[in-house]
Design a protein around this ligand. Structure first.
Ligand SMILES: NC(=O)c1ccc[n+]([C@@H]2O[C@H](COP(=O)([O-])OP(=O)(O)OC[C@H]3O[C@@H](n4cnc5c(N)ncnc54)[C@H](O)[C@@H]3O)[C@@H](O)[C@H]2O)c1
Ligand SMILES: O=C(O)C(=O)C[C@]1(C(=O)O)C=C[C@@H](O)C=C1
Length: 363
């Protein structure tokens, strides 16, 4: 049996992206996982992928993880609390105050419920997009409330640690305010910007580079899911959107009269504030550590990227992150490798010695 903390059998309700990813990660650690879903085909697909087994009479899960859309989360949590009176129940919905308030109104046994929110996901849902390593190194919020202690919810923290994530304790209100800033408003901004592209002509879109891809990736997310998330956290989202609108209006006013006294300063100040903000985003594993980036040119031929990764390993350097930039039609790709600053010079030298072309290296 693989090393793990979680001792409980687990039942997962909702066999989509989140449920199947959790199932895959836990099953790989030897946990007995049952997958369930209102859609039998979604359930069977998750089982086919190896996320767990079909439900059976006599199942007695110690931990139940509800991974359904936010608007049905409270009713499914309440149903599971009633059906399994000895189990601890959690959920992974992207908002936390609304489901808790609904459960309270229903008179659910909140002494066995603690909601959570993994800060990891993808823009596509369903078991087909699931990955066992989705949560590795990612923050995962335990959204505390008055009816249960974090200690009583120890099995939930064990599951989070077994999945390689970093547990973070935050009460529900602080959670919702925090994700308005770091997740919900970024989704709105990304979608609104991407929506502008429907007006660009085809030639303009052919020029799209990595900058545009970086800021529009999540614009591919499911509108039905996000209508629920944004609706359930509306006041906190609006609190971030209003000052953002003011900033945008200041930039528009400055660009309307770029030669006017103070205009250039206003634009520079807006962009410099962005530098300050982006520098505050923690690096990998939630630490405030910055990495150096090495950009390597990779021929667009089979096996070249694998050879590069193998040779980085042979150089004894741990790769912290990898991003690929590749334009359709180009014969070359760019691999941006993140490493600890101490390893940068040595890796550049090793790779150059092995014949790789370094397009850039920067801290
Ligand atoms: N997608 C993300 O990136 C992400 C990240 C963190 C948290 N979340 C949260 O995770 C939850 C699930 O999101 P997802 O991306 O896995 O969605 P998904 O669409 O991939 O999966 C949801 C699953 O729930 C099932 N379902 C719907 N109603 C149900 C019901 N009444 N009973 C049982 N099953 C039901 C659906 O059939 C579907 O298989 C949401 O609450 C979302 O806010 C999503
Ligand atoms: O990276 C993605 O595609 C996500 O969907 C991630 C993301 C996020 O904003 O960080 C989106 C919503 C979830 O509630 C949690 C995580």
């Amino acid at each position: 049996m693989t090393d793990r903390r979680l001792a409980e059998d687990v039942r997962i309700v909702g066999s989509g992206l989140l449920g199947t990813s959790i199932g895959l990660g836990l099953a790989a650690r030897g946990v007995d996982v049952v997958m369930d879903d209102v859609s039998p085909s979604a359930r069977r697909l998750a089982v086919d992928y190896g996320a767990g087994r079909e439900p059976a009479a006599g199942d007695a899960p110690g931990l139940i993880v509800v991974c359904v859309p936010p608007d049905v989360t409270a009713s499914i949590v309440a149903r599971e609390l009633a059906a399994y009176p000895d189990a601890l129940v959690t959920d992974v919905a992207s908002v936390k105050a609304a489901p808790l308030a609904e459960l309270r109104a229903m008179g659910a046994d909140l002494g066995r419920y603690l909601g959570t929110h993994p800060m990891a996901g993808r823009e596509r849902g369903g078991a087909i997009s699931a990955r066992a390593d989705l949560f590795v190194g990612r923050p995962w919020v335990l959204a505390g409330h008055d009816d249960i202690s974090y200690r009583r919810a120890g099995a939930i923290e064990d599951m989070i640690l077994d999945l390689g994530a970093v547990p973070i304790e935050l009460d529900v209100e602080r959670h919702d305010r925090s994700v308005a800033l770091v997740s919900h408003v970024p989704q709105v901004v990304s979608s609104l910007l991407a929506a502008r592209l429907s007006e660009g002509d085809g030639a303009a879109l052919q020029l799209a580079g990595q900058g545009l891809r970086d800021v529009t990736r999540v614009a591919g997310s499911d509108p039905a899911l996000w209508v629920q998330i944004l609706g359930a956290n509306a006041p906190a989202v609006v609190d971030v959107l209003r000052p953002l609108r003011d900033d945008l209006e200041r930039v528009i006013a400055a660009l309307d009269a770029p030669e006017a006294p103070g205009s250039r300063r206003a634009i520079a100040d807006a962009l410099a504030a962005g530098n300050t903000g982006v520098a505050r985003i923690p690096g990998k594993h939630g630490q405030d550590r910055r990495f150096s980036q090495i950009v390597v040119m990779v021929d667009d031929t089979p096996g070249e990227l694998a050879r590069l990764l193998t040779e980085i390993g042979e150089a004894g350097v741990n790769m912290e992150d990898l991003r690929l930039e590749h334009s359709p039609g180009a014969q070359i790709g760019l691999a941006e490798i993140s490493v600890v600053p101490e390893a940068e010079q040595r890796l550049v030298a090793e790779l150059e010695e092995r014949g790789w072309t370094i397009a850039g290296a920067f801290a």
